[in-house]
Design a protein around this ligand. Structure first.
Ligand code: PBG
Length: 336
């Protein structure tokens, strides 16, 4: 066959990729500022924003600066923030009692943000890791060789009620204890917080990608606790059926959103959860996913803007309705 006679093809898919306008017309997945939830770290005091070495471009803010940052995000069209406190180590103890302190940092932060920006959706983590000396998400049994599931659930439920009283729109249990969604729903309702939603970290894997976050909130210890690993409550990265089981249980117990975490290495799970539930699915592009893109970009090995966009597009294409990402502000600026 000579090179000037065309192939006899029924389809030439490249026709739709020929020009930028054609490519725009057939683009299936589109990112917008309203897709993103910005995780933010808050600290006590009046100091300058604190840089986090392993998370370039991410800071811990005092309450006043946190409000400023939230205002900037809201202006850019980011609809929600997820707040995480970094506690003074002196305020931590074995049982994480600081989590129930009615004047605690996170509660003051929530009140300040909701007062300044009532329309911004505020989400808080419900887990004990910022408050416990051992860094586990729950309290331990007497022997210290396990988390005390049921006692932890009781404390977490009280914590959720305190957060609701402070004005959060959504509580996000990230602890992975059995039965916590139902217990939290019940206690919220008993306190007339029927309008406070629950975003369940349902498929939360025992991931190495949380490393930089643990630097940010100072909870690194549990990852290496001799007697007890988070593997006793977080999911094994090898398992997909268990992830689907957790998502189904959380939905039955009253979760309003189902979350998969991390995101990038679990796109198959996001897709399957998306197909199994009618609830909105959130995915958390975690600290390590952010850090690896930042680090490679700093070395000149990856193009930051393109990898950032591609990583988030993939998460949305997999089926996530919402993405928690440390890139939220940069993306909103670009997309606005
Ligand atoms: C703690 C919590 C973790 C993250 C969010 N909530 C870490 C952990 O389970 O140790 C990780 C987020 C990130 O890595 O960005 N309950």
């Amino acid at each position: 066959m000579s090179s000037d006679s065309p192939l006899d093809l029924v389809e030439r898919p490249r026709r739709l990729r020929r020009t930028a306008s054609l490519r725009a017309m057939v683009q299936e997945t589109v990112l917008r500022p309203a897709d993103f939830i910005a995780p933010l770290f808050v600290v006590e005091g009046k100091g300058e924003p604190e840089a986090i070495a392993s998370m370039s471009g991410v800071f811990r803010y005092n309450v006043k600066d946190l409000v400023k940052e939230c205002r900037a995000l809201a202006k850019l069209g980011v609809p929600a923030v997820a707040l995480f406190p970094k506690l003074d180590p002196k305020l931590k103890d074995e049982d994480g009692t600081g989590a129930l302190n009615e004047d605690g940092l996170i509660l003051r932060a929530v009140r300040a943000v909701k007062k300044a920006l009532p329309e911004l959706t505020v989400i808080t983590d419900v887990a004990l890791d910022p408050y416990t000396t051992h860094g586990h998400d729950g309290v331990l049994t007497g022997a210290g060789d396990d988390v005390d599931n049921d006692r932890s659930v009781g404390i977490l439920s009280e914590m959720a009620v305190l957060h609701a009283q402070a004005g959060v729109d959504i509580v996000a249990p990230s602890d992975m204890m059995d039965g916590r969604i139902g217990a939290i729903r019940e206690l919220l309702d008993a306190h007339d917080f029927t309008g406070t939603a629950i975003m369940a970290y349902s498929a939360k894997f025992n991931s190495a990608y949380y490393g930089p976050f643990r630097d940010a909130v100072g909870s690194s210890k549990a990852a290496g606790t001799r007697l007890l690993s988070k593997a006793t409550y977080q999911l094994d990265p090898a398992n997909r059926r268990q992830a689907l089981n957790e998502a189904a249980l959380d939905e039955d117990e009253g979760a309003d959103f189902i979350m998969v975490k991390p995101a990038g290495a679990y796109l198959d799970i996001i897709r399957e959860v998306r197909e199994e539930t009618t609830k909105p699915v959130a995915a958390y592009q975690v600290s390590g996913e952010y850090a690896q893109i930042q680090a490679a970009a700093q070395l000149g090995w990856l193009d930051l803007a393109r990898c950032r966009h591609e990583s988030l597009l993939a998460i949305k294409r997999a089926g996530a309705d919402l993405i928690l990402t440390y890139f939220a502000k940069d993306m909103a600026k670009l997309l606005k």
